[in-house]
Design a protein around this ligand. Structure first.
Ligand code: ADP
Length: 184
């Protein structure tokens, strides 16, 4: 499904984030930046060792204690089709009253701001926090779409935003939220 927010095209697709041809893809990383399961594992596996090399440098210089939740950093994308990987850390779901929604919004915002500052015109997001981190997908989809919409209304630097959902079910959840949030 495709939507327009100002001049930006927002797409909700089913697919694999590692196959996207957008300029940047987002990694649902963990604070260590040393890889993991889910999206993180797939990106490092397919992208090859150059991504981890750059992550190690970032840990050594910028974030010796790890990347805090809600922040984002950028690396090369190795052998992937994308040019950059933007790594962010979403919140771990713990019931919803520990600031999870604000932290998840911050993660999306940090990625968009970083992309924008690098002149990146197209970016693909996975569903941050809804795998191992346990964030309910219906709630997460609303936070993701609202945050991206608010950003795109204020800044016109990005031409294309793609939400890449791994399963058809997840895609349906995002499409339902997008029809409500992006169509008005
Ligand atoms: P988190 O730790 O932030 O929850 P995960 O990687 O565990 O991140 O999961 C986030 C979402 O990404 C889940 O919905 C999962 O099904 C999905 N996912 C896993 N692998 C891929 C992939 N290769 N492309 C797109 N989405 C993926």
């Amino acid at each position: 499904m495709e939507f327009k927010v100002g001049r930006t095209v927002v797409r909700v697709i089913q697919g694999d984030i590692t196959e996207q041809e957008t300029e940047a893809i987002v990694n649902a990383a963990n604070p260590t930046l040393m890889g993991g399961g889910g999206v993180d594992g797939a990106i490092h596996r397919k992208g090859g060792p150059s991504i981890l090399e750059e992550c190690k440098k970032i840990r050594a210089t910028q974030y010796p204690k790890g990347l805090p939740t809600g922040k984002a950093v950028i690396t090369n994308a190795g052998r992937l089709k994308a040019k950059y990987v933007i790594h962010t850390v979403g919140p771990i779901w713990s019931g919803g009253d520990r600031g999870e929604a604000e932290l998840l919004a911050e993660a999306y915002r940090s990625c968009l701001e970083l992309a924008s500052s690098k002149g990146i015109k197209s970016i693909a997001f996975p569903s941050i926090s809804t795998g191992a981190y346990g964030y309910p997908i219906s709630k997460a989809s609303r936070v993701a779409l609202e945050t991206v919409k608010d950003f795109l209304i204020k800044e016109h630097t990005i031409n294309e935003v793609v939400f890449v959902l791994f399963s058809r079910e997840d895609q349906k959840v995002y499409e339902k939220a997008a029809e409500e949030i992006l169509s008005k």
